[in-house]
Design a protein around this ligand. Structure first.
Ligand SMILES: [Zn+2]
Length: 130
């Protein structure tokens, strides 16, 4: 079995959340052509179980919401993960707060944490000051 190499926040170390797409179960698909198509997905209902939802989409169904607590009436929406995508703020962080903390630390310790662009800029500024 392959070991999971899940990306984590470069500041706090928490796992980055999976980036999933929400699919809504609708009574009639042709009433749901909208500008949100692509951001959200729509499937023709009823969908009674997670296994049934899984058969309707590519990717892995990771979360289902039922219309009622007793599951009567089936699923109202479900989330699908493509197996590779994670949500990240600025590419590496779980939240903007973590990105800001990393930015602040970078400014306090410039020579250990500057990225290549910032290092070049720093060298340019130092040269100009001579
Ligand atoms: Zn974080």
């Amino acid at each position: 079995m392959q070991r999971e190499t899940r990306p984590f926040c470069r500041w706090c170390g928490k796992n980055l959340p999976k980036d999933t797409k929400t699919f809504f179960v609708v009574a009639d698909l042709k009433n749901h052509k909208s500008v949100l198509e692509g951001i959200f997905g729509y499937v023709q209902g009823p969908v009674k179980s997670a296994a049934e939802a899984q058969r309707l989409v590519n990717g892995t169904v990771v979360k289902v919401s039922y219309k009622r607590p007793d599951h009567e009436g089936g699923i109202s929406k479900f989330n699908v993960w493509d197996g590779v995508s994670y949500k990240a703020c600025w590419g590496f962080f779980c939240t903007n707060s973590c990105a800001a903390a990393m930015g602040q630390a970078t400014c306090k310790h410039p020579h250990s944490l500057f990225g290549p662009g910032a290092l070049a800029r720093d060298a340019q500024l130092r040269k100009a000051q001579r």
